[in-house]
Design a protein. Structure first.
Length: 369
Protein backbone atom coordinates (compact mmCIF):
# COMPACT_ATOMS: atom_id res chain seq x y z
CA UNK A 1 0.00 0.00 0.00
CA UNK A 2 2.84 2.40 0.85
CA UNK A 3 4.45 2.01 -2.58
CA UNK A 4 1.24 2.78 -4.44
CA UNK A 5 0.61 5.84 -2.27
CA UNK A 6 4.16 7.10 -2.82
CA UNK A 7 3.83 6.52 -6.55
CA UNK A 8 0.58 8.47 -6.67
CA UNK A 9 2.10 11.31 -4.61
CA UNK A 10 5.06 11.45 -6.95
CA UNK A 11 2.73 11.73 -9.95
CA UNK A 12 0.74 14.43 -8.20
CA UNK A 13 3.95 16.34 -7.45
CA UNK A 14 4.94 16.22 -11.11
CA UNK A 15 1.54 17.55 -12.13
CA UNK A 16 1.83 20.43 -9.63
CA UNK A 17 5.30 21.22 -10.90
CA UNK A 18 4.01 21.23 -14.45
CA UNK A 19 1.27 23.68 -13.50
CA UNK A 20 3.65 25.88 -11.49
CA UNK A 21 6.34 26.18 -14.17
CA UNK A 22 3.93 25.92 -17.10
CA UNK A 23 5.74 22.84 -18.42
CA UNK A 24 3.27 20.66 -20.29
CA UNK A 25 5.78 17.84 -20.78
CA UNK A 26 5.74 17.08 -17.01
CA UNK A 27 2.05 16.28 -17.09
CA UNK A 28 2.65 13.06 -19.03
CA UNK A 29 4.81 11.25 -16.42
CA UNK A 30 2.73 12.72 -13.59
CA UNK A 31 -0.57 11.44 -14.95
CA UNK A 32 1.07 8.14 -15.88
CA UNK A 33 2.29 7.59 -12.31
CA UNK A 34 -1.10 8.41 -10.83
CA UNK A 35 -2.85 6.09 -13.30
CA UNK A 36 -0.32 3.35 -12.58
CA UNK A 37 -0.84 3.59 -8.81
CA UNK A 38 -4.64 3.70 -9.05
CA UNK A 39 -4.73 0.95 -11.67
CA UNK A 40 -2.58 -1.41 -9.61
CA UNK A 41 -4.81 -0.95 -6.54
CA UNK A 42 -8.04 -1.48 -8.51
CA UNK A 43 -6.76 -4.54 -10.38
CA UNK A 44 -5.36 -6.26 -7.31
CA UNK A 45 -8.49 -5.60 -5.25
CA UNK A 46 -10.77 -6.92 -7.98
CA UNK A 47 -8.60 -10.02 -8.34
CA UNK A 48 -8.63 -10.58 -4.56
CA UNK A 49 -12.40 -10.01 -4.16
CA UNK A 50 -13.95 -13.45 -3.97
CA UNK A 51 -10.61 -15.23 -4.44
CA UNK A 52 -10.25 -18.54 -2.61
CA UNK A 53 -7.46 -20.96 -1.82
CA UNK A 54 -8.36 -24.41 -0.51
CA UNK A 55 -6.41 -27.55 0.33
CA UNK A 56 -8.26 -30.70 -0.63
CA UNK A 57 -8.73 -33.16 2.28
CA UNK A 58 -6.05 -35.86 2.30
CA UNK A 59 -5.78 -39.12 4.23
CA UNK A 60 -5.80 -38.69 8.04
CA UNK A 61 -2.53 -40.59 8.42
CA UNK A 62 0.56 -41.52 6.45
CA UNK A 63 3.63 -43.63 7.17
CA UNK A 64 7.03 -41.96 7.48
CA UNK A 65 8.70 -41.22 4.12
CA UNK A 66 5.68 -42.42 2.15
CA UNK A 67 4.05 -39.97 -0.30
CA UNK A 68 1.24 -37.82 1.05
CA UNK A 69 -0.98 -36.36 -1.70
CA UNK A 70 -1.14 -32.57 -1.57
CA UNK A 71 -3.93 -31.01 -3.62
CA UNK A 72 -4.48 -27.22 -3.55
CA UNK A 73 -6.94 -25.26 -5.70
CA UNK A 74 -6.66 -21.48 -6.24
CA UNK A 75 -9.47 -19.39 -7.75
CA UNK A 76 -9.23 -15.66 -8.44
CA UNK A 77 -11.98 -13.09 -8.02
CA UNK A 78 -13.49 -10.71 -10.57
CA UNK A 79 -10.28 -10.43 -12.62
CA UNK A 80 -7.32 -12.76 -13.03
CA UNK A 81 -4.44 -11.70 -10.80
CA UNK A 82 -1.76 -9.55 -12.47
CA UNK A 83 0.82 -11.45 -10.45
CA UNK A 84 1.27 -13.29 -7.19
CA UNK A 85 2.44 -16.40 -5.38
CA UNK A 86 0.90 -19.26 -3.46
CA UNK A 87 2.74 -20.07 -0.24
CA UNK A 88 2.05 -23.66 0.84
CA UNK A 89 3.79 -24.54 4.14
CA UNK A 90 4.32 -28.16 3.08
CA UNK A 91 6.23 -27.13 -0.04
CA UNK A 92 8.67 -24.60 1.37
CA UNK A 93 8.78 -22.52 -1.81
CA UNK A 94 6.30 -20.14 -3.52
CA UNK A 95 4.30 -21.10 -6.61
CA UNK A 96 3.51 -18.39 -9.15
CA UNK A 97 -0.16 -17.82 -10.03
CA UNK A 98 -0.04 -14.64 -12.17
CA UNK A 99 -2.42 -14.28 -15.12
CA UNK A 100 -4.59 -17.34 -14.37
CA UNK A 101 -8.21 -17.44 -13.30
CA UNK A 102 -7.55 -20.66 -11.41
CA UNK A 103 -4.76 -23.10 -10.71
CA UNK A 104 -4.56 -26.57 -9.24
CA UNK A 105 -1.46 -27.76 -7.48
CA UNK A 106 -0.88 -31.52 -7.33
CA UNK A 107 2.23 -32.85 -5.63
CA UNK A 108 3.27 -35.56 -3.19
CA UNK A 109 5.10 -34.54 -0.03
CA UNK A 110 6.85 -36.74 2.53
CA UNK A 111 7.26 -36.53 6.29
CA UNK A 112 10.56 -37.78 7.67
CA UNK A 113 9.47 -38.06 11.31
CA UNK A 114 6.50 -39.57 13.09
CA UNK A 115 3.99 -37.62 15.17
CA UNK A 116 0.99 -35.38 14.76
CA UNK A 117 1.53 -32.66 12.19
CA UNK A 118 -0.63 -29.53 12.12
CA UNK A 119 -0.79 -28.21 8.57
CA UNK A 120 -0.75 -24.43 8.57
CA UNK A 121 -3.22 -22.72 6.20
CA UNK A 122 -2.09 -21.64 2.76
CA UNK A 123 -1.40 -18.02 1.91
CA UNK A 124 -2.20 -16.46 -1.48
CA UNK A 125 -0.46 -13.14 -2.17
CA UNK A 126 -1.80 -11.15 -5.16
CA UNK A 127 0.22 -8.18 -6.41
CA UNK A 128 0.82 -6.12 -9.53
CA UNK A 129 3.96 -6.70 -11.65
CA UNK A 130 5.77 -3.76 -10.02
CA UNK A 131 4.66 -4.83 -6.51
CA UNK A 132 3.16 -1.42 -5.82
CA UNK A 133 0.14 -2.97 -4.10
CA UNK A 134 -0.62 -6.45 -2.76
CA UNK A 135 -3.45 -8.30 -1.06
CA UNK A 136 -3.44 -11.52 0.94
CA UNK A 137 -5.96 -14.38 0.91
CA UNK A 138 -5.63 -17.01 3.65
CA UNK A 139 -6.75 -20.61 3.47
CA UNK A 140 -9.48 -21.79 5.81
CA UNK A 141 -8.64 -23.74 8.94
CA UNK A 142 -5.82 -25.96 10.15
CA UNK A 143 -5.61 -29.55 8.95
CA UNK A 144 -3.90 -32.38 10.80
CA UNK A 145 -2.16 -35.53 9.66
CA UNK A 146 -0.79 -38.33 11.82
CA UNK A 147 2.61 -39.56 10.65
CA UNK A 148 2.97 -43.22 11.59
CA UNK A 149 6.32 -44.92 12.28
CA UNK A 150 7.47 -47.00 9.36
CA UNK A 151 7.76 -50.77 9.62
CA UNK A 152 11.12 -52.25 8.65
CA UNK A 153 12.28 -55.86 8.24
CA UNK A 154 13.81 -57.90 11.03
CA UNK A 155 17.20 -59.14 9.86
CA UNK A 156 20.09 -61.25 11.05
CA UNK A 157 23.10 -59.37 12.47
CA UNK A 158 25.13 -57.82 9.66
CA UNK A 159 22.86 -59.09 6.86
CA UNK A 160 21.96 -55.58 5.72
CA UNK A 161 19.38 -56.84 3.22
CA UNK A 162 15.73 -55.81 3.24
CA UNK A 163 14.10 -58.73 4.95
CA UNK A 164 17.11 -60.97 4.42
CA UNK A 165 17.90 -63.20 7.34
CA UNK A 166 14.77 -62.46 9.34
CA UNK A 167 14.27 -66.10 10.18
CA UNK A 168 17.98 -66.59 10.83
CA UNK A 169 18.16 -63.58 13.08
CA UNK A 170 15.46 -64.84 15.43
CA UNK A 171 15.88 -68.52 14.76
CA UNK A 172 18.48 -68.78 17.50
CA UNK A 173 15.79 -67.96 20.05
CA UNK A 174 12.91 -70.44 19.59
CA UNK A 175 11.06 -69.17 22.63
CA UNK A 176 10.55 -65.80 20.95
CA UNK A 177 7.65 -67.19 18.94
CA UNK A 178 6.27 -69.07 21.90
CA UNK A 179 5.95 -72.33 19.94
CA UNK A 180 8.42 -74.32 22.03
CA UNK A 181 7.26 -73.11 25.43
CA UNK A 182 7.60 -75.86 28.04
CA UNK A 183 4.07 -76.47 29.19
CA UNK A 184 5.24 -78.10 32.40
CA UNK A 185 6.72 -74.75 33.49
CA UNK A 186 3.48 -72.85 32.99
CA UNK A 187 1.73 -71.62 36.08
CA UNK A 188 -2.04 -72.00 35.94
CA UNK A 189 -2.90 -69.04 38.11
CA UNK A 190 -6.35 -67.44 37.89
CA UNK A 191 -6.01 -63.97 36.39
CA UNK A 192 -9.68 -63.00 36.07
CA UNK A 193 -12.93 -63.91 34.37
CA UNK A 194 -14.15 -63.72 30.82
CA UNK A 195 -17.32 -64.72 28.93
CA UNK A 196 -17.75 -68.45 28.58
CA UNK A 197 -16.50 -69.86 25.28
CA UNK A 198 -18.32 -72.76 23.70
CA UNK A 199 -16.40 -75.98 24.26
CA UNK A 200 -14.35 -74.80 27.25
CA UNK A 201 -13.97 -77.40 30.08
CA UNK A 202 -16.65 -77.30 32.76
CA UNK A 203 -13.93 -77.06 35.41
CA UNK A 204 -13.23 -73.49 34.23
CA UNK A 205 -16.79 -72.27 34.68
CA UNK A 206 -17.10 -69.76 37.52
CA UNK A 207 -20.20 -71.17 39.19
CA UNK A 208 -20.67 -68.33 41.75
CA UNK A 209 -21.29 -65.93 38.85
CA UNK A 210 -23.80 -68.35 37.36
CA UNK A 211 -25.62 -68.63 40.71
CA UNK A 212 -25.64 -64.89 41.42
CA UNK A 213 -26.22 -63.35 38.01
CA UNK A 214 -27.15 -66.21 35.73
CA UNK A 215 -24.22 -65.34 33.46
CA UNK A 216 -21.81 -67.97 32.18
CA UNK A 217 -18.23 -66.89 32.90
CA UNK A 218 -15.05 -68.90 32.84
CA UNK A 219 -11.77 -68.51 34.67
CA UNK A 220 -8.94 -66.96 32.68
CA UNK A 221 -5.54 -68.49 33.40
CA UNK A 222 -2.13 -66.85 33.37
CA UNK A 223 -0.71 -69.49 31.08
CA UNK A 224 -3.20 -68.48 28.39
CA UNK A 225 -2.23 -64.83 28.63
CA UNK A 226 1.56 -64.85 28.74
CA UNK A 227 2.62 -67.51 26.24
CA UNK A 228 2.80 -64.99 23.38
CA UNK A 229 5.90 -62.78 23.08
CA UNK A 230 5.52 -59.34 24.63
CA UNK A 231 6.97 -56.15 23.10
CA UNK A 232 7.52 -53.47 25.76
CA UNK A 233 7.99 -49.86 24.62
CA UNK A 234 10.22 -48.01 27.07
CA UNK A 235 10.28 -44.23 26.35
CA UNK A 236 12.51 -43.28 29.28
CA UNK A 237 15.83 -41.43 28.96
CA UNK A 238 16.37 -41.65 25.18
CA UNK A 239 19.78 -40.59 23.93
CA UNK A 240 18.05 -38.06 21.64
CA UNK A 241 14.89 -37.65 19.59
CA UNK A 242 16.24 -39.72 16.72
CA UNK A 243 17.10 -42.58 19.11
CA UNK A 244 13.54 -42.57 20.42
CA UNK A 245 12.21 -42.59 16.85
CA UNK A 246 14.43 -45.56 16.04
CA UNK A 247 13.14 -47.41 19.08
CA UNK A 248 9.52 -46.72 18.12
CA UNK A 249 10.17 -48.00 14.58
CA UNK A 250 11.78 -51.11 16.04
CA UNK A 251 8.80 -51.74 18.34
CA UNK A 252 6.38 -51.33 15.43
CA UNK A 253 8.44 -53.61 13.19
CA UNK A 254 8.72 -56.35 15.82
CA UNK A 255 5.02 -56.15 16.60
CA UNK A 256 4.10 -56.66 12.94
CA UNK A 257 6.67 -59.44 12.43
CA UNK A 258 5.62 -61.38 15.52
CA UNK A 259 1.91 -60.85 14.86
CA UNK A 260 2.30 -62.44 11.44
CA UNK A 261 4.00 -65.44 13.06
CA UNK A 262 1.82 -66.48 15.99
CA UNK A 263 0.53 -63.21 17.41
CA UNK A 264 2.04 -61.12 20.16
CA UNK A 265 1.25 -58.55 22.84
CA UNK A 266 2.53 -54.99 23.16
CA UNK A 267 2.74 -52.81 26.26
CA UNK A 268 2.57 -49.12 25.40
CA UNK A 269 3.66 -46.26 27.68
CA UNK A 270 1.07 -45.48 30.35
CA UNK A 271 -0.86 -48.74 29.91
CA UNK A 272 -1.49 -51.16 32.75
CA UNK A 273 -2.16 -54.17 30.54
CA UNK A 274 -0.68 -55.29 27.22
CA UNK A 275 -2.67 -55.16 23.99
CA UNK A 276 -2.97 -58.43 22.10
CA UNK A 277 -2.21 -58.25 18.38
CA UNK A 278 -3.31 -61.39 16.57
CA UNK A 279 -2.54 -62.68 13.11
CA UNK A 280 -5.63 -60.90 11.78
CA UNK A 281 -3.95 -57.57 12.76
CA UNK A 282 -7.27 -56.22 14.00
CA UNK A 283 -5.68 -54.33 16.90
CA UNK A 284 -2.69 -53.13 14.91
CA UNK A 285 -4.08 -49.82 13.49
CA UNK A 286 -4.78 -48.53 17.01
CA UNK A 287 -1.37 -49.65 18.28
CA UNK A 288 0.34 -48.09 15.25
CA UNK A 289 -1.40 -44.75 15.86
CA UNK A 290 -0.40 -44.73 19.52
CA UNK A 291 3.21 -45.55 18.70
CA UNK A 292 3.25 -42.48 16.46
CA UNK A 293 2.50 -40.30 19.51
CA UNK A 294 5.03 -41.83 21.94
CA UNK A 295 6.98 -39.15 23.80
CA UNK A 296 9.76 -39.34 26.38
CA UNK A 297 8.34 -40.52 29.71
CA UNK A 298 8.80 -42.94 32.60
CA UNK A 299 9.76 -46.56 32.03
CA UNK A 300 7.10 -49.23 32.59
CA UNK A 301 7.24 -50.85 36.01
CA UNK A 302 8.05 -54.55 36.23
CA UNK A 303 4.99 -55.08 38.43
CA UNK A 304 2.77 -54.14 35.48
CA UNK A 305 4.15 -56.95 33.35
CA UNK A 306 3.78 -59.89 35.70
CA UNK A 307 5.42 -63.29 35.12
CA UNK A 308 5.44 -64.50 31.53
CA UNK A 309 6.09 -67.80 29.83
CA UNK A 310 6.88 -66.26 26.45
CA UNK A 311 9.64 -63.92 25.45
CA UNK A 312 9.77 -60.31 26.64
CA UNK A 313 11.32 -57.85 24.18
CA UNK A 314 12.26 -54.57 25.87
CA UNK A 315 12.61 -51.77 23.30
CA UNK A 316 14.28 -48.54 24.39
CA UNK A 317 15.98 -45.50 22.90
CA UNK A 318 18.34 -45.10 25.85
CA UNK A 319 22.09 -45.47 25.58
CA UNK A 320 22.36 -48.64 27.64
CA UNK A 321 25.33 -49.80 29.67
CA UNK A 322 23.46 -52.74 31.23
CA UNK A 323 20.13 -54.56 31.06
CA UNK A 324 17.17 -52.47 32.35
CA UNK A 325 16.52 -53.29 35.99
CA UNK A 326 12.80 -53.90 35.47
CA UNK A 327 13.64 -56.51 32.84
CA UNK A 328 16.23 -58.20 35.04
CA UNK A 329 13.60 -58.77 37.73
CA UNK A 330 11.01 -60.13 35.33
CA UNK A 331 10.59 -63.92 35.15
CA UNK A 332 10.14 -64.82 31.49
CA UNK A 333 10.89 -67.57 29.01
CA UNK A 334 13.56 -65.41 27.38
CA UNK A 335 14.39 -61.73 27.54
CA UNK A 336 15.62 -59.38 24.85
CA UNK A 337 16.81 -55.80 24.86
CA UNK A 338 16.42 -53.79 21.65
CA UNK A 339 18.24 -50.46 21.53
CA UNK A 340 20.11 -48.24 19.05
CA UNK A 341 23.37 -49.40 20.64
CA UNK A 342 24.16 -53.00 21.63
CA UNK A 343 24.96 -53.85 25.23
CA UNK A 344 28.63 -54.49 25.71
CA UNK A 345 29.53 -58.14 26.05
CA UNK A 346 26.21 -59.49 24.69
CA UNK A 347 26.10 -61.02 21.24
CA UNK A 348 23.43 -59.47 18.94
CA UNK A 349 20.56 -61.78 18.01
CA UNK A 350 18.89 -59.65 15.31
CA UNK A 351 18.69 -56.14 13.88
CA UNK A 352 15.64 -54.02 13.15
CA UNK A 353 15.11 -50.34 12.22
CA UNK A 354 18.68 -49.38 13.06
CA UNK A 355 18.49 -51.06 16.47
CA UNK A 356 20.18 -54.19 17.75
CA UNK A 357 18.34 -56.95 19.62
CA UNK A 358 20.34 -58.82 22.26
CA UNK A 359 19.31 -61.98 24.09
CA UNK A 360 20.08 -61.45 27.77
CA UNK A 361 20.30 -63.98 30.60
CA UNK A 362 17.40 -66.40 30.73
CA UNK A 363 15.62 -67.14 33.99
CA UNK A 364 13.34 -69.95 34.96
CA UNK A 365 9.69 -69.09 35.19
CA UNK A 366 8.57 -68.42 38.73
CA UNK A 367 12.04 -67.59 40.04
CA UNK A 368 12.19 -64.09 41.55
CA UNK A 369 15.15 -61.90 40.75
Amino acid sequence: MARSVLTALLGLALCLAAATFDTASMYVPGVALIALAVGSVVWVRLAARGATVARMPGPPSVVEDEPYPLRVEVRSGVLPPPGGELFEPLLGWPVGIGGRWSRRLRINVRFSRRGRRVLEPELLVIHDPLRLYSAEVHGAGHDEVLVLPRVEPVTAPGSGGAGAGAEAGLGAAPSLSGRQLDASAAELEIDGLRPYREGAPASRIHWPSVARHGEMLERRLVAELDSAPLVVMDPSNPADEEALDMAVRAAASLCVWLAHQDGCAVLLPGDRRPIDVGRDMGAWPGVHARLALVQEGPAPAGSVLGPRGGAVIWVTGADLRATPRALERLPAGSRYVVAPGAIRGIRPAFEVAGCTGCLVERVRRGVAA
